[in-house]
Design a protein around this ligand. Structure first.
Ligand SMILES: Cc1cc2nc3c(=O)[nH]c(=O)nc-3n(C[C@H](O)[C@H](O)[C@H](O)COP(=O)(O)OP(=O)(O)OC[C@H]3O[C@@H](n4cnc5c(N)ncnc54)[C@H](O)[C@@H]3O)c2cc1C
Ligand SMILES: NC(=O)c1ccc[n+]([C@@H]2O[C@H](COP(=O)([O-])OP(=O)(O)OC[C@H]3O[C@@H](n4cnc5c(N)ncnc54)[C@H](OP(=O)(O)O)[C@@H]3O)[C@@H](O)[C@H]2O)c1
Length: 536
């Protein structure tokens, strides 16, 4: 029997892990990528590429540490620092693609123009995918696929608010999507608008070269650090055990962590926003604020030819440049008709954020259309694994009514918790509960009691230490033989690059071996000396 063909749209984090998941399930993936390399947002170029929906800047450092943000069977190299740069992440994605032979399934410079149902879709669930070359003229190529994975990115384009007078402003304007380095702002008076991660990063980056840097927020923000006490990455302090505490205890702990990093009242950052939904991950901004390199200002109400009017009635004069770090329009599905997948992200009826619940067959999956209090790659990976198992028939979905009911409940729950505080249109999920739930769907969720019988030390680590992606390769389909060993060493790996700086891995290992041998030698000598003394 011929293998079921799966069209995967996009070769970013989500597309690549989807190719791998399809191969694991014996499916035949074809991955379409409109740009000339894999990596999506992590493929850095000095200029924004045509049609690129979102992009990273040269100084970007990821906001979750490496052991919590890798794929489940492919850790970052040990000598990478705990928080990696966008360039290291792109290298990692390339290594992932090489190691698992994914590249040959990717058609670069090929844009999907349309995905539509076949005439017999109601009985077969098949799709027609129409694609065009982005480098050569030619008519679209149409092919039939058994299933489709939508991996075209959580952002469709940048968003700039409409301001009175902006068209009169004479200085330089750009969106953070186009921001690559601080150089164009050297010696200038710059205004950065926004309260998200981009705003914080760009403001700090530009403040090093600008003559004046204003950061305008319309309603403050919560600032969350990367590091906790002793410089431990904060995400390495979580655990499954911790997350089973009542929500009120977790909320109290979070408030304490936030307050310990920045006292909002002192820093002028007070906000009415939800402390889970609206977070800026930034370690440097508080220093830039307290040493006056970044000057915090309220929201902009109007632009003039040379400056801006602010919500408190004050003005900013002689502004040379404005950076709008005002986010993105979400969910990139322009190639799909609204009846299949709504372009308005609030109307995406996705069962557990993956399967469009209104289709007659489970032959389409969406990967990566969410925000997460954590890192995206390992969450996207469990989604892709689940989708591939459903396409291969290994896992079944409930009936359509049950799926639609779940979609409705999820939406109501989100409204109940957040009300007016919803920042993004795509849902923001908790990394542990969501990943565990999807892992249960694919049979990859380790049970504490079964682990305890087999390997008590491992059971203890899985439930008391950070919830590593590798935990989902300990049991179930497509396990990783090194998952248990890796689980035991991952916490130490966090600091590996610091403790072994300048030493190559082999010599570092030898040194560790030598030093532990010396300890054993000393203990043996001391014990022998005591025994001899007692005997003689
Ligand atoms: C500035 C910035 C910083 C970020 N930092 C972090 C971070 O630290 N940690 C984190 O977890 N997340 C971060 N993110 C979120 C990031 O978007 C996700 O981590 C993740 O990379 C998204 O992967 P993706 O594959 O869904 O989308 P993308 O990376 O956007 O990839 C989608 C791919 O689909 C292709 N594509 C789209 N439409 C078509 C089409 N019609 N035909 C063919 N190809 C198509 C695109 O060219 C692209 O290559 C950041 C995002 C931004 C913008
Ligand atoms: N280092 C990193 O890891 C890093 C760096 C950059 C980005 N990212 C990720 O990339 C994604 C996009 O981040 P982002 O910061 O670009 O976008 P974002 O998180 O959506 O933030 C957009 C900001 O724009 C503000 N805004 C929107 N409309 C506005 C208006 N009309 N007037 C004034 N302000 C307005 C919002 O303010 P309000 O809050 O008041 O609504 C919000 O603070 C996120 O997933 C983020 O985590 C990560």
């Amino acid at each position: 029997m011929s293998r079921r063909r799966v069209a995967i749209i996009g070769a970013g984090v989500c597309g690549l892990t989807s190719v791998k998941a399809c191969l694991e399930e014996g499916l035949e993936p074809v991955c379409f990528e409109r740009h000339d390399d894999i990596g999506g947002v992590w493929y850095y170029t000095d200029q924004v590429r045509p049609e690129q929906s979102s992009s990273v800047y040269n100084s970007l450092i990821t906001n979750v540490s490496k052991e919590s943000s890798c794929f489940s069977d492919f850790p970052y190299p040990r000598d990478y620092p705990a928080y990696i740069s966008c360039h290291q992440l792109h290298r990692y994605l390339n290594q992932y693609a090489e190691t698992f032979g994914l590249r040959k399934y990717v058609r670069l410079n090929t844009k999907v123009a349309e995905v539509r149902q076949t005439d017999d879709h109601v009985s077969t669930g098949r799709w027609i995918v129409s694609s065009v070359s982005t480098t050569a003229e030619g008519s679209p190529r149409e092919e039939m696929y058994d299933a489709v994975m939508v991996c075209s990115g959580p952002f469709s384009r940048s968003f700039t608010p409409k301001y009175t007078g902006l068209d009169q402003f004479a200085g330089l304007t750009m969106h953070s999507r186009e921001y690559k380095s601080p150089e164009p702002f050297r010696g200038k008076r710059v205004l950065v608008i926004g309260a998200g991660n981009s705003a914080g990063d760009v403001a700090v980056d530009v403040s090093h070269v600008a003559s004046k840097l204003y950061l305008s927020m319309r309603d403050g923000t919560w600032i969350y650090p990367r590091l906790s006490h002793g410089g431990t990455p904060i995400d390495m302090l979580g655990s499954r055990g911790l997350f089973s505490y009542p929500a009120s205890i977790n909320a109290h702990r979070r408030r304490q962590t936030l307050a310990a990093h920045v006292n909002q009242a002192n820093y002028g950052l007070e906000t009415s926003k939800d402390m889970y939904e609206h977070v800026m991950v930034n370690d440097e901004l508080r220093y830039s604020l307290i040493n006056g390199k970044v000057l915090l200002r309220p929201g902009v109400t109007k632009f003039t030819r040379t400056g801006a009017l602010l919500a408190d009635g004050t003005t900013l004069e002689n502004i040379d440049a404005v950076v709008f770090a005002t986010g993105y329009v979400e969910a990139n599905v322009s190639y799909l008709d609204d009846s299949i997948l709504a372009k308005d992200p609030t109307k995406l009826d996705l069962y557990k954020l993956v399967f469009p619940a209104n289709l007659p067959h489970p032959s389409m999956a969406v990967v990566g259309f969410f925000h997460v209090r954590g890192s995206i790659p390992p969450v996207a990976e469990v989604q892709a694994r689940w989708a591939a198992r459903v396409f291969s028939g290994q896992t079944k979905l409930p009936d359509r009514q049950t799926m639609l009911e779940r979609v409705r409940r999820d939406r109501e729950e989100r409204h109940r918790i957040l009300g007016d505080h919803m920042r993004s249109k795509l849902p923001k999920i908790g990394v542990i509960p969501y990943r565990d739930e999807i892992a249960r769907e694919i049979g990859a969720m380790p049970s504490f009691w079964s682990l305890l019988l087999k390997d008590p030390q491992l059971a203890f680590r899985v439930y008391s230490q950070p919830p590593l992606p590798a935990h989902y390769r300990l049991v179930g389909p497509h396990t990783w033989p090194k998952a248990a060993e890796y689980t035991k060493e991952a916490v130490a790996n966090t600091f590996y690059s610091l403790r072994h700086a300048g030493k190559d891995v082999t010599s570092a290992n030898k040194m560790a071996a030598v030093s532990s041998m010396s300890v054993v030698f000393v203990i043996v000598v001391v014990v022998m000396a005591i025994v001899l003394r007692v005997v003689m």
